[in-house]
Each structure stands twice: as C-alpha cells, then as structure tokens.
Design a protein around this ligand. Sequence first.
Ligand SMILES: [Zn+2]
Length: 93
Amino acid sequence: MKFPKEINAYCPFCKAHTVHKVKLASKGRASSLSAGNVRHKRRLSGHGSKRKGEKSVKKQGKRNKIVLQCPKCSKKHERVIGTRTTKKLELKS
Ligand SMILES: [Zn+2]
C-alpha cells in the first residue's frame, strides 16, 4: 500500500488544517521482564479455561498506522489508515 509523504490534515492543537509530514509509526520493542508481561505469562501457564490475551484466530494483514507532524506547532498525532492490508505500507516519494 502506498501513501503520500505529505497530506493536508487537521491539527487538534492548532485547531486548523495544515500540510502535515507523514511518517510510519513503529511499535517499540516490548520489554519481556516488565511487571505486566510477567503476570500475563504466569496466567497463560497451566491448564484449561479461556484466558485473556490468547489469540485463537490469526488476523490476515495489519492495520497500518502513521504519525502526522504539524509544521506549525511540530506536535505529532497518530492516525490509522485504511482497513487491514497484507502488504507493507510505503511512502510515495
Ligand atoms: Zn499544529
């Protein structure tokens, strides 16, 4: 999926439309020893019953997210574009 490098979008901080810079949003690496992760792993261990956070169905494709940066206030906000796509998001040059 291709997406332009600049789009005219609404900035919630300036409360106006400006030409925003588009960047791909990247998910940070999950730390494996954080309290929440350790608790989650412990709950998944053992037998039986339905457990929260265990996926039974794998979804086809991902919902791509972009980061929009306003040139006026240089603040960033995120936006999910389109529906689930199997192809990676590319920025048009
Ligand atoms: Zn702004």
